[in-house]
Ligand binder design. Structure first.
Ligand SMILES: [Fe+2]
Length: 199
């Protein structure tokens, strides 16, 4: 099955639909929600074993914009927050390099959602490399009952984002994010993630 949640008409909760804000589409007598976060390339630079940490910054990065990333992880009903979900995060460093072998796992970390399904991490806006837009990789794997989610976060206004180029899927505009100033006057983006049901 695709990364979509198919719901039988009889089991449909009108309230759930209204609060989630996602569209329902009828296909072959079934209604489906379409909130599951679209997947993206895992890419060749994922490394297992990154340390658990919310702060990916390190000394020596002076020219990049400091960034806080926040969000929530939801289940396939588009509204139930998922706690204790482990998320791998990685991006290139300020010199456009991925740390593939050092023990410091530079620009890599593992974070866990809290009781409300919320996550956050601090880093900096990574530079573009190899013709690709600026991006941050995400991987959520091994959650019982849910499909693996490998995806990427992009930044609104990035001229390297071209329609139907790096962005191929219907919901991908949900992953092209505006940087805003948070309460602490720090640059922040928000990416909520919706897992697809396995099976
Ligand atoms: Fe990448």
């Amino acid at each position: 099955m695709k990364r979509r949640d198919f719901i039988k008409v009889a089991g449909l909760s009108a309230f759930a639909v209204a609060t989630s804000g996602f569209e329902l589409i009828e296909t072959d007598g079934l209604f489906k929600t379409d909130c599951a976060t679209s997947t993206d390339m895992l890419g060749p630079f994922f490394r297992k074993g990154a340390p658990f940490r919310n702060d990916l910054t390190f000394p020596g990065v002076t020219d990049e914009i400091p960034l806080k990333v926040v969000g929530q992880v939801f289940g396939a009903d588009c509204k139930t927050p998922l706690k204790n979900i482990e998320i791998d995060i990685w991006h290139c460093d300020h010199k456009k390099k991925y740390d593939m072998d050092s023990a410091s796992f530079k620009c890599r970390g593992k974070i866990t959602t809290n009781e409300n399904g919320e996550y956050w991490f601090k880093t900096f806006v990574p530079p573009p490399y190899g013709g690709r837009p600026k991006h941050i990789h995400y991987l959520i794997d091994g959650v019982e009952g849910y499909e693996r989610l490998a995806t990427q976060l992009y930044f609104k206004g990035d001229k390297k984002i071209k329609p139907n180029n790096w962005v191929k899927y219907r919901w991908d505009d949900r992953r092209i994010l505006e940087i805003y100033k948070n309460d602490e006057d720090l640059s922040e983006v928000r990416l909520d993630l919706y897992l697809g049901k396995e099976g």
